[in-house]
Design a protein around this ligand. Sequence first.
Ligand SMILES: Nc1ncnc2c1ncn2[C@@H]1O[C@H](COP(=O)(O)OP(=O)(O)OP(=O)(O)O)[C@@H](O)[C@H]1O
Ligand SMILES: Nc1ncnc2c1ncn2[C@@H]1O[C@H](COP(=O)(O)OP(=O)(O)OP(=O)(O)O)[C@@H](O)[C@H]1O
Ligand SMILES: [Mg+2]
Ligand SMILES: [Mg+2]
Lengths: 227, 227
Amino acid sequence: MIEIRELRKIYDLGAVKVEALAGVNVNILENDYVAIMGPSGSGKSTLMNLIGCLDTATSGEYFLAGERVAGLSDKQLAEIRNRRIGFVFQTFNLLPRASALQNVELPLVYAGESPSERRRRAREALEAVGLGDRMKHKPNEMSGGQRQRVAIARALVTNPAIILADEPTGNLDSKTGNEIMLLLETIYEKGNTIILVTHEEDIARHAHRIVRLRDGLIESDEVIHRA
Amino acid sequence: MIEIRELRKIYDLGAVKVEALAGVNVNILENDYVAIMGPSGSGKSTLMNLIGCLDTATSGEYFLAGERVAGLSDKQLAEIRNRRIGFVFQTFNLLPRASALQNVELPLVYAGESPSERRRRAREALEAVGLGDRMKHKPNEMSGGQRQRVAIARALVTNPAIILADEPTGNLDSKTGNEIMLLLETIYEKGNTIILVTHEEDIARHAHRIVRLRDGLIESDEVIHRA
Ligand SMILES: Nc1ncnc2c1ncn2[C@@H]1O[C@H](COP(=O)(O)OP(=O)(O)OP(=O)(O)O)[C@@H](O)[C@H]1O
Ligand SMILES: Nc1ncnc2c1ncn2[C@@H]1O[C@H](COP(=O)(O)OP(=O)(O)OP(=O)(O)O)[C@@H](O)[C@H]1O
Ligand SMILES: [Mg+2]
Ligand SMILES: [Mg+2]
């Protein structure tokens, strides 16, 4: 499903170049459940952005469902981002002037759903993350963990084939974090592919496989026995 | 040092009122080290904002070093925020167009330090959080955990009497998180007061006392034996 060969990403800041990914090789299968771990600054979010077609690599190859991503047009990339991928950003990236409901409806607007269908599905997604009573609130009228959950609901609302979640429980207490992991589990059982970045070992243990990054390279890639 | 009686905070959104704090009573001593825990949405950040004089309570009393905070002028509150309190925000709140160094220098500008002294101290604070090689980078040229560490460095650079840290390790891997906890420990040993919000039990165990919030009320307040 996802084949990555010698992927490199260099950020050029003029005076200095930062090699965020230094030649990453990884394959992720359909219905795989992978946790990506590693120190702060090791390249996790950079790798997620490349997988999610939000950014392009400096060199190397990325094949998504057999297609060479570097060869796709902007329009085709936008199509992939909207239809096949749900992204939970490390910094949430919510629209500040829109309510939780409006934020979660947005991917459904792009998908061309009718207003009543959008509303119904967005409401369902917010209830699934425990925010049924916060639908009309704007991001700055919510707690950090509530905003994180709006970002999660938005990523899941189109039922995308691939879910990329960058530290989805970073701002959640353990009980709420576990509820989110249970939600991801039900989605996983329906056949979706899940790639999640986390720095917490007990969150990572919900996955089937742990890939560890260090200094822009994969240090280890192990299947784990799930609890 | 901090005396709080029946503190209430109600957010009025017109159609709905949210009672974020429902009558909190807590005393925090000088050189205390308190961890605040509780579910997402239980009022932790709201309580931190009130303690940090960033917001005002709806009712109840807050005495800081014997002074009644509700009776202070805006100028006096700004003075307290700049001189006595260092705040690590849950959402970092860095200036997007300034470098890490400039962001960390900002509290020293308010404190009237000379440019060379500011530069020296900001550089030291960034090195203390492991970002010696990221000083010229802007926030969007850094990873999530690096931005979090810039926010921490900025809160510590004036050596404030009270440090309020809202989920300071939420975006950090365990090794980097432990380095930050060691840094807070050295500051604590110098006599500063530390109040930290965390949802991770093993981070909380670095503190001397754990206060647990639920639905805007204090559910428990226990001294713990430190590991
Ligand atoms: N500006 C606001 N306007 C309206 N409601 C708000 C506002 N800020 C917070 N709230 C609400 O007040 C309650 C407490 O929020 P607070 O941010 O203190 O929670 P928290 O314990 O820090 O949560 P988290 O662990 O998710 O960060 C939440 O239910 C939230 O929706
Ligand atoms: N836009 C950018 N410009 C320059 N350098 C960048 C940029 N984005 C990230 N970097 C650098 O690339 C490296 C990898 O960043 P990345 O965000 O992928 O790390 P990460 O593993 O997600 O870290 P964290 O756990 O702290 O979120 C870091 O050293 C960072 O400073
Ligand atoms: Mg990251
Ligand atoms: Mg909070």
